[in-house]
Design a protein around this ligand. Structure first.
Ligand code: MF3
Ligand code: CO
Length: 252
């Protein structure tokens, strides 16, 4: 899927897809409490998306069976919601959500705490979020893609955390996943030249221990290899000739 430059009418749709997704995350945060199942969060999530008159983009994507991904503790991403998975005090839970508005996709993830949790977990969540903001300082027309990757990696390395390498961010637009892939570590080479009108989903996945991950038998859930906690933070952004626009955050 090629790297696409969005026209003004397309950007207007991406903005609306992003604005609605930001609201969805604000609504879902209120649902996070001990005793709630990850299935209930997915039900609420799909209800919100349909209520907007939008379509869930994750549902049936390569056979994915739910509308959002709910990943708890050592689950890094793509946790499948389940009635049997009940959130408990001290858990950390990543909600990865997306929707389609008038043919255009948005994608964003947040990691929340259930009740209260360890200082170690809180710091992991904070650093993961901040690594996104460190990365997007370089998300400007004329810079190279891997400037973003390097900034995320340099920041995260300062804390000794693991950076998941098997999954990356991505371009987004008419499709959930478009080129380019956006690693959260600096690969060889500069990467593509960033241009005004590109829309990108930047999503650091950071761990307390090893960066190595394993896939569960359900074919989706990705867990840390050592069983330590992971956090995920993602927004869909627009490249401009100045500061990037964060489409999936309100009051950004
Ligand atoms: N936000 C996720 C990503 O970019 C999308 C999950 S795809 C799904 O990888 F199929 F798992 F829903
Ligand atoms: Co994504």
């Amino acid at each position: 899927m090629a790297v696409t430059i969005k026209s003004e009418p397309e950007i207007a749709r991406m903005r609306e897809a992003g604005r609605l997704l930001a609201i969805m995350h604000e609504e879902l945060e209120k649902e996070i409490k001990p005793g709630v199942s990850t299935w209930e969060i997915d039900r609420k999530g799909e209800e919100i998306i349909r209520g907007f008159g939008c379509v869930p983009n994750f549902l049936n994507y390569n056979g994915y069976p739910a509308s959002i991904c709910v990943s708890v503790n050592d689950e890094v991403v793509h946790g499948i919601p389940s009635k049997k998975r009940i959130l408990k005090e001290g858990d950390i839970v990543s909600l990865d959500c997306g929707l389609i508005y008038d043919g255009y996709h948005s994608d964003a993830a947040r990691t929340w705490v259930v009740g209260d949790t360890s200082e170690e977990n809180k710091k992991l969540i904070e650093v993961t979020k901040q690594s996104f903001f460190e990365g997007i300082k370089y998300a400007k027309d004329g810079n190279h893609l891997h400037d973003i990757s390097a900034a995320i990696e340099n920041y995260v390395n300062g804390f000794g955390y693991g950076i998941v390498r098997d999954l990356t961010g991505h371009g987004i637009g008419r499709h959930l996943h478009e080129d380019p892939a956006i690693p959260n570590y600096k690969p060889i080479g500069k990467g593509i030249l960033l241009k005004k009108g590109m829309t990108l989903a930047i999503e650091p996945m950071i761990t307390l221990g090893t960066w190595r991950v394993k896939w569960m038998d359900d074919g989706w859930t990705v867990k840390t290899a050592d069983g330590k906690c992971a956090a995920h933070y993602e927004n869909t952004i627009l490249i401009t000739d100045g500061e990037p626009e964060i489409l999936t955050l309100r009051n950004a």
